[in-house]
Write a protein that binds this ligand. Structure first.
Ligand code: DGL
Length: 267
């Protein structure tokens, strides 16, 4: 069976993962996208591993069996931290599963300018210790500065960025002594690309800001080429959510660049 014309499945706890979908659209403009935002269960950033694994499995089944996706992208740092290994092993004979953490690990390891890396994300992502464990194994000489910044995702969702409130919140987090002397800062959360410039502007010296969305999209492109799955294009995009509100739909413009129509499905 020719699988190249099948869509790419992308999922997140909500609509923030549309930053990853947007980056994928930029590098793979012809591929059809099936996006699933688990808005009924967000945020994942303070959920247990077991619960996230359960939600992520249900969503992956939907993307594979009902939408026939040829690859699945976990467009959420919290879900990548909690459920990637489980999904990779459970679906290994069916589709490639791409997460937003491993491509970042590779990118940072390859960048010799980075001797100390800051990592900011949700409590689930930072508390999982996954970055610490993976960097520790691959490049133990790299100094790490992990910092949970749980207010940022809801702040951005509420439209507070590039204003007084976001400056104050960012200042409170980024002035943490743990981040002193970092050469690079990993944005380990779907929402943070929206405040990338503001974060870079906080530092009075050059700090390399590393965006998971861009790095994961580049990785997906490589994998599709390697597995001979790159498509001819022309398919229709779909954006599903497990709970619909007009404010979710409005916020799609923020994260995806243009407003998209959300379709509600119950899993
Ligand atoms: N998508 C989540 C992440 O990247 C942020 C929002 C949430 O906590 O669900 O970690």
């Amino acid at each position: 069976m020719d699988r190249t014309a099948l869509p790419i499945g992308i999922f997140d706890s909500g609509i923030g993962g549309l930053t990853v979908a947007r980056a994928i659209r930029q590098v793979l403009p012809d591929e059809a996208i099936v996006y699933f935002g688990d808005t009924a269960h967000l945020p994942y950033g303070d959920k247990s591993k077991d619960l996230i694994v359960r939600y992520a499995t249900r969503i992956t089944d939907f993307l594979l069996h009902e939408r026939r996706c040829k690859a699945v992208v976990i467009a959420c740092n919290s879900a990548s931290a909690a459920a990637y290994e489980h999904l990779r092993d459970a679906y290994k004979d069916k589709v490639p599963v791409i997460n937003v953490i491993d491509p970042m690990i590779e990118a940072v390891i390859a960048d010799e300018r980075i001797g100390k890396a800051g990592i900011i994300g949700t409590k689930t992502t930072i508390g999982s210790g996954v970055y610490q464990e993976k960097f520790g194994r691959r490049k133990p000489s790299l100094q790490l500065a992990p910092l949970a910044t749980p207010l940022l995702a809801s702040m951005i969702e509420e439209g507070f960025y590039e204003n007084k409130i976001s400056h104050t919140v960012l200042d409170a987090y980024l002035s943490d002594p743990i981040l002193e002397g970092i050469d690079g800062l990993i944005l380990a959360c779907t929402h943070y690309p929206l405040i990338k410039k503001e974060i870079a502007g906080y530092f009075d010296r050059p700090v390399i800001i590393l965006d998971s969305a861009e790095v994961a999209a580049a990785k997906l492109k490589d994998i599709l080429a390697r597995e001979h799955l790159a498509g001819p294009g022309g398919g229709k995009d779909h954006f599903y959510v497990s709970d619909y509100t007009t404010s979710f739909e409005k916020a799609t413009r923020l994260f995806f660049g243009n407003r998209v129509r959300l379709e509600k499905v119950r899993l």
